[in-house]
Design a protein around this ligand. Structure first.
Ligand code: F3S
Length: 386
């Protein structure tokens, strides 16, 4: 690869991996089972990113392992109807075309593990998208560093990644023990907990004790929030995540989290009062989350716009089940491909957004100039439905 025998793109990409490996003291390259590429939205990468991707695509380079794609900045089918700007759409579609030419799977979701890119326990992968990285490491027990867009793409073209960081056993051990003394009810409580803990641990590994139960959606909400307020790429939950039982927690710094800390997290994240729009599905909604929303909206009418963001694959299933029809019948939208943070909602006239996601609440003020109403799903819907 370094000698350029596999083409110019592979050579350039391999050099990048070698540099990364040198910086972090990797002993060798290891094969990866799959890649998740972030940096897909035109809003995030702009013209320089678009030109970079078109240049690679034009050279005919193809990815050599399963490679899936993060959300772009718009619904790739219904963008016009949803009011996405034409100039934005034109550039976004060119980005998608470039990825398609490289052989990337056009999943367009931050939950690749729900749509066919599901690594196994212990598998080495190279994923970017912090919430997906957190889920893969923590809930599945696969092994990935928090890749950036370019290093993930390099791993996709070479099928390799440098062996350092979370690929190694010693770096998967916890650094803090959090004793949770609060009843966590829905995604927003898990998001508030994640926001609080991420701020404390930054890029270290927290171990949770006292979380009695958590479903997959709540774990994805927890990990996404910690990855946003800190840079957490791996966490363990006693009795729930697969590596927790293998960890020694003796001697760890112990920190208690109770109702007071959760209330403080809600208070910090709430910067608005009355949302112009409610946007759910950060990380992208599962079929179960869409079904839950449909159940609450059946036969009702929404007073304000509401989107639930998900992957195209999940939306297709929801549509077949009649769930999209119920949500849209109430005046909401099942928005596929994109999400609240990477879409240009500030250009679409929205100023105050309601969310139940700790990650979205953390990013919306900076990325989308939004005031935020951060509440549970039921609280967001209260007063919004007739
Ligand atoms: Fe996914 Fe967008 Fe949230 S990429 S995790 S829905 S900010």
């Amino acid at each position: 690869m370094l000698a350029g025998e596999e083409g110019e793109v592979v050579e350039r990409m391999f050099r990048l991996l070698v540099r990364l490996g040198d910086i972090y003291g990797a002993d060798r390259m290891i094969p990866v089972g799959s890649v998740q590429v972030a940096g897909v939205s035109y809003k995030s990468i702009g013209d320089p990113g678009l030109e970079f991707l078109e240049d690679i695509a034009a050279k005919g380079a193809k990815v050599r392992v399963i490679t899936t794609l993060n959300p772009p900045g718009m619904d790739l089918v219904d963008w016009k109807e949803l009011g996405f700007p034409e100039d934005f759409a034109e550039k976004q579609l060119r980005i998608m075309d470039a990825f398609k030419q490289m052989g990337v799977m056009m999943t367009a979701t931050c939950t690749p593990y729900l749509v066919g890119n599901l690594p196994r326990f212990g598998e080495h992968i190279a994923w970017s998208e912090s919430s997906a990285v957190s889920f893969a490491n923590s809930v599945i027990g696969a092994r990935t560093n928090r890749e950036g867009g370019p290093s993930a793409l390099a791993a996709a073209f070479c099928g390799l990644t440098p062996n350092y960081g979370l690929h190694l056993d010693e770096n998967r051990k916890p650094n803090f023990l959090f004793e949770v003394n609060a009843e966590l009810k829905g995604n927003s409580d898990f998001g508030a907990l994640g926001y609080h803990v991420g701020k404390i641990v930054k890029d270290k590994v927290p171990y949770f004790r006292g979380i009695k139960n958590a479903d997959v959606d709540q774990l994805k909400a927890l990990g996404a929030a910690m990855a946003a307020s800190g840079a957490v790429a791996l966490y363990h939950v006693e009795g729930i995540t697969p590596e927790a039982g293998l960890m020694d927690t003796s001697g760890l710094e112990r920190i208690e989290v109770g109702d007071r800390e959760l209330r403080e997290a809600y208070a910090k994240l709430n910067t608005g009062t009355s949302p112009d729009i409610v946007i759910l599905g950060c990380p992208h909604a599962s079929l179960k989350e869409i079904a839950t929303l449909a159940c609450k909206l059946e036969g009702k009418r929404l007073r304000k716009p509401l989107w639930i963001c998900t992957s195209r694959v999940t939306k297709e299933a929801a549509t077949r089940m009649g769930l999209t029809g119920i949500i849209e019948g109430a005046g909401g939208k099942v928005v596929a491909d994109t999400c609240t943070v990477v879409s240009p909602i500030e250009r679409m006239g929205y100023r105050v957004t309601g969310v139940d996601s700790g990650k979205a609440a953390n990013y919306l003020p900076g990325f989308c100039k939004q005031q935020v109403v951060f509440k549970s799903l039921d609280d967001l819907l209260e007063g919004q439905i007739t």
